[in-house]
Design a protein around this ligand. Structure first.
Ligand code: ATP
Ligand code: MG
Length: 875
């Protein structure tokens, strides 16, 4: 069975069990701080497992894009691990439970209408005391007892070891299904059934309370099951991966074989390239933090694998078209970002090419040191540093070291790694499944009714007050921060790049100033502080958004859509949104584009935006089904999660975007939009900052104000005269400088004569040590030049007080230098006298000092040093 067929069969089978087929969640979740990438199918249903939020179904089935960073080390090594893979799941939220989950899994695997696997090839595990599951497998399915293994909480509980170690919250035993290949190969876990049936409260014993509504969460590996069905020795040999491995083999001019010499490297490159394609498609760029860091790591590792096989140029980007092609049946949207993904990968490869030699250099040094000190292993800390900063992953360093007969001090490595993980805060963790006060509120009160599209004020009732992370009955301490939840609210909570509203919530006995508004699941959370009186639960209040700020936000948001449209017109369709921030009359918009936007293009973009504004086109908003909106060509963001019913914001016939923000009624209301700046933010991503309405006008006024100030200072009231005036001033300045120069030269020439006359004769040479008044360093040098030109053998030391500091300059003619008279040596000694230091070449040296009262002494000292050197040279 082909992989695409298996995916479809699974979803169909569970649809026949009344599970609702849901799309895969995004790979890079924005609203879950506990994970960087989606690690399993259940993540999009976390709230449902906690009993928060409502869905209109209680059974679901999905095929989920997953990425597990914890498995990086396994990739290419085991036959069955990827970083990126797809997980088929079926889920019950307080609906069906263990019996159905087990029976259906068995039916799907063994029934000849579905996968038709031979029952004798399958074994299962259950949790130690899960008699219920063991009973169903043995008595109802008929599995012999010797094919049911009992495992402890480390293996068969979710989260692992939850009963004894926590965290508190939803958890439960699981049951894994293994396939044993014919011919005695190693068995493989293909499916894990998790029975979330407990709420853990505190430490054992008796800390597992049965949940009133029990859940089912199962995950079956798509690639693993495909490998079983296709009878191949690894996941990488299945129909959607083998061709990719072969493609990589061709690019590297070698051929792919599972146990060939380059097999492991090719599998890694293939896996990592696929993972990066999906992540970059969703807007992640390689970088130094969080998701970005993981993608950088994967790309570097893939590139290094190829580099060590002799491929010294970027090549990973070349695999992308084949990946997109292979994955395009389930994920056709990949085609739309193909070029951008390739550009991004290529740029990162080029970037790494710059440090790869350094990394290899560091590695070679480590080897050298180890060998010369007769050690058998490389130090763990340094190996981790190579892994961390140069993209030299442990396994790689491992195999490189093995070639040299060396191992790695793993204890040191692990210690460095653990330290890094703690320092950077975020390892891969399976978020804590415990509900906070907001979750409790949502459970008891339901969602906040959302009125932001209707206006800026409304009557409401206080249904929740949270202070210091706890629900309180009332607030009466002025100035303490408080979160307020209302039954309904006109406040817009920050989302889709638009900032949260500010304003005030007022009751008959008190007032709370709202400084920000955030969303928590279905709740609108007003964050503020009490400014007077007191506010109690169940108080009737008036919620009032700051209408002036809201108007500015609407202008900026509608202008953002106009900007997006103009970017497409001027730069092309690839210039799609990568990020945005909409504030009061101010906007920031990030978009895909490979090069800087030229000043000409920027003008064109600004012109188009302002034309659309002056056309005064109506803005309309409609709710429709996501698939209808997409059919209409509404612009949606990859990597953004949309509900089934979406809001579409349209402007005339030129702009149609999925957007939940607050907009104007007519583009004319923007008034004016000015682009302030354009810059680079990440590889292939540019940023435009612009202002609208009041702020755009303020900005122009400020600039005009500056011009006025300059004009007044230059006594040129007509602005258009300013450039001419500035040119004229610059020319005057130039002439003056030239005159000054000539003047200095002339005056230097005059005093040079005097100095030569006053010079002291030491043997065949002249020594000139003089203090000069009212000179700068440039003039000092001029003196030294003239003196050397006009005198034969000469040693010079000049001193001056320049801006309250001592300046010394020493110069020696060439013939004296040959005799060992050094300007640098002289000045070092002289500088000591004035509490300073300096040095330079034998023929010219400069120094500074602090004590201006000692300049004469310094010159005396210098003269003595010169005389000594000249005497030595003569002897
Ligand atoms: P393993 O012990 O083999 O790493 P797991 O216990 O981590 O698997 P689960 O977290 O239970 O796996 O995930 C459910 C299913 O997803 C597994 O039974 C397997 O089929 C699949 N799966 C898990 N991790 C990977 C991976 N890195 N690559 C491919 N498939 C995977
Ligand atoms: Mg695992």
């Amino acid at each position: 069975m082909k992989t695409n067929e298996l995916r479809e069969a699974y979803l169909k089978f569970f649809e026949s069990k009344n599970c609702v087929r849901r799309p895969s969640d995004v790979l890079v979740p924005q609203d879950d701080p506990t994970v960087l990438f989606t690690p399993a199918g259940m993540n999009q249903f976390k709230n449902q497992f906690l009993g928060i939020g409502q869905l209109d179904f209680t059974r679901a089935t999905t095929c989920q894009k997953c990425l597990r960073t914890g498995d990086i080390g396994n990739v290419g090594v085991t036959a069955y691990h990827h970083t990126f893979f797809e997980m088929l799941g079926n889920f019950s939220f307080g609906d069906y439970f263990k019996r159905e989950a087990i029976h259906w899994a068995w039916e799907f695997l063994t029934d000849s209408n579905w996968l038709g696997l031979k029952p004798e090839r399958l074994t299962v595990t259950v949790y130690l005391d899960d008699e219920e599951a063991a009973g169903i497998w043995h008595n109802e399915i008929g599995l012999p007892l010797d094919r049911i293994t009992r495992e402890d909480e480390r293996e068969n509980f979710w989260p692992a070891e939850a009963p004894s170690k926590g965290p508190d919250g939803v958890c439960g035993p699981c049951s894994e299904i293994y396939y044993h290949p014919p011919g005695g190969g190693k068995e493989v876990e293909i499916w894990n059934l998790v029975f979330t049936q407990f709420n853990r409260v505190g430490d054992p014993p008796d800390n597992l309370r049965p949940l009133p509504k029990k859940n089912i969460d199962t995950g079956m590996g798509l690639e693993r099951t495909a490998a079983v069905l296709q009878g191949v020795e690894s996941n990488y040999e299945i129909d959607i991966l083998r061709p990719l491995c072969e493609n990589v083999g061709e690019i590297l001019e070698t051929s792919y074989q599972f146990d060939g010499k380059t097999g492991r490297a090719i599998r890694r490159i293939t896996d990592h390239a696929r993972a990066c394609t999906f992540a970059i498609h969703e807007g992640v760029s390689p970088g130094s933090k969080e998701e970005s860091y993981i993608i950088r790591l994967l790309l570097r590792r893939a590139f290094l694998e190829g580099y060590l096989l002799g491929q010294k140029q970027p090549f990973v980007y070349q695999v992308v078209p084949a990946i997109v092609d292979m994955m395009s049946q389930p994920y056709p949207e990949l085609k739309q970002t193909l070029a951008n993904v390739q550009d991004t990968i290529r740029a990162e490869e080029e970037n790494f090419l710059g440090t790869i030699e350094r990394g290899l250099g560091k590695f070679e040094k480590l080897v050298e040191v180890a060998k010369s000190s007769n050690r058998k292993s490389l130090p763990g800390k340094e190996v981790f540093d190579l892994h961390q900063t140069d993209g030299f992953i442990l396994d790689l360093t491992f195999s490189l070291a093995a070639d040299q007969g060396l191992s790695i001090d793993m204890e040191g490595f692990r210690a460095a790694e653990t330290k890094h993980k703690t320092d950077s805060g975020k390892g891969i963790s399976w978020g804590v499944m415990a509900a906070g006060p907001l979750d409790e509120l949502q459970k008891s009160q339901g969602e906040t009714k959302f009125l932001a599209y209707e206006g800026v004020t409304s009557e409401a009732v206080v249904v929740g007050l949270i202070q210091n992370g706890e629900t309180v009955e009332s607030v009466n301490h002025v100035d303490l921060p408080v979160d307020v939840i209302l039954n309904q609210s006109p406040f817009y909570a920050e989302s889709g790049g638009q900032v949260g509203d500010v304003g005030v919530i007022r009751s008959s006995r008190g007032e709370i100033e709202i400084l920000d508004t955030q969303k928590h699941a279905g709740l609108i959370v007003h964050r503020g502080r009490l400014t007077s009186g007191e506010v109690h639960l169940n108080d009737s209040v008036t919620a009032e958004v700051d209408a002036v700020k809201r108007a500015g936000i609407r202008r900026a948001h509608s202008a953002t859509h106009l900007l997006h449209h103009a970017l497409h017109q001027v730069l092309g369709e690839h210039a799609t949104q990568r990020g945005s921030k909409v504030e009061d009359d101010h906007l920031r918009f990030d978009f895909s584009h490979g090069a800087a936007v030229s000043p000409d293009e920027l003008l064109k973009i600004e012109d188009i935006v302002n034309e659309r504004i002056s056309e005064g086109v109506p803005v309309s908003t409609n709710f429709m089904d996501l698939k209808d909106a997409k059919k209409l060509g509404a612009m949606a963001l990859f990597g953004e999660k949309y509900p089934d019913r979406v809001r579409v914001v349209e402007m005339g016939d030129f702009s149609r975007e999925l957007c939940g923000g607050t907009h104007l009624d007519n583009t004319g209301q923007v008034g004016l939009c000015r682009i302030e700046s354009e810059e680079n933010v990440a590889a292939g991503v540019r940023r435009i900052v612009a202002s609208t309405g009041k702020k755009a006008i303020e900005r122009i006024r400020n600039q005009e104000g500056l011009l006025k100030e300059v004009a007044t200072q230059l006594k040129t009231p007509q602005f258009q005269e300013l450039p001419r005036k500035v040119t004229q001033l610059q020319e005057e300045l130039k002439t003056l400088k030239q005159q000054l120069d000539q003047f200095t030269k002339a005056s230097v020439a005059g005093s040079v004569d005097d100095m030569l006359k006053n010079a002291e004769q030491v043997g065949d040479a002249r020594v000139i040590c003089e203090t000069l008044q009212g000179v700068d360093r440039e003039t000092l040098r001029e003196y030294a030049d003239q003196l050397r030109k006009q005198s034969g053998s000469v040693a010079i030391l000049l001193g001056a007080d320049i801006d309250g500091k001592v300046a010394l300059l020493a110069a020696v003619s060439k013939d004296l230098v040959k005799k060992g008279v050094k300007a640098g040596d002289c000045i070092r000694e002289a500088a000591k006298v004035v509490g300073g230091g300096g040095g330079g070449r034998p023929d010219l040296a400069e120094a500074g000092g602090k004590d201006t009262t000692k300049i004469v002494d310094a010159l005396e000292r210098g003269k003595a040093v010169y005389s000594e050197m000249i005497a030595k040279g003569a002897s």
